[in-house]
Design a protein around this ligand. Structure first.
Ligand SMILES: [Zn+2]
Length: 209
């Protein structure tokens, strides 16, 4: 019963509006725009479908339509121009850097772009495999969170020939961790050539000299 009353009330309002607008239209000579058909939704007429969000149980019990698909996709990571040449150098037992002619810095690992000058770097530099410990850490936990009896000593090593403060991170070896100090001189211990793969691990560690 209530619905019918509401409907009647709306119709009355519309008819009043029509009457109010009609005299204006007659005065203006502008052509009337065609009104697009509007779908009139009547309250309470929409069809409601019973539904709820999917739960983990619904998926596990396969209450919904599922499909399993394991794509056979293969990926390759491009090391880029500078790092590719750097890695190839490691395979040959050579450390390569790159010089920026604007600020004269020699960067290792090499980069084709100087982040100080916002300019391309210009020259390849063959570096020594010796350097100076810039900073280090004595770690009794491996990278995979396994406790170590013998600690690993990761260090940042400023490579000879590169600019001051520029270096690579690697491990120190053949040294008592208690005797390591910032500033000690070290040299790379390379894997045998046949075992090198073009990776930073082609250097086993740096030992003191
Ligand atoms: Zn620069």
């Amino acid at each position: 019963m209530r619905k019918k009353k509401k409907g009647k009330a709306k119709k009355k309002v519309r008819s009043k509006n029509k009457k109010a607008k009609s005299p204006r239209r007659k005065k203006t000579a502008k052509p009337q725009k065609k009104q697009l058909p509007v779908r009139k939704l009547k309250a309470g007429k929409e069809k409601v479908y019973p539904s709820h969000g999917l739960s983990h149980e619904d998926l596990a019990e396969r209450k919904v339509c599922l499909t399993d698909w394991h794509p056979n996709l293969k990926y390759k990571w491009d090391a880029g121009v500078a790092i590719s040449r750097y890695l190839n150098g490691l395979k040959k037992g050579v450390l390569l850097g790159r010089r920026c002619r604007h600020c004269s810095r020699v960067l290792v690992p090499p980069r084709m772009f100087c982040e100080w000058c916002f300019q391309p770097t210009s020259e390849w530099i063959k570096l020594a495999d010796t350097g100076t410990v810039n900073t280090f850490s004595v770690s009794y936990v491996a990278w995979n969170m396994v406790r170590l009896k013998e600690p690993q000593v990761p260090a940042v090593i400023e490579i000879d020939g590169a600019s001051k403060g520029v270096g690579i991170m690697h491990l120190l070896g053949e040294i008592d961790p208690k005797k390591i100090k910032i500033g000690i001189r070290v040299k790379a211990v390379w894997k045998p050539p046949e075992e090198r793969q073009g990776a930073i691990t082609d250097i086993k560690y740096f030992k003191p000299i």
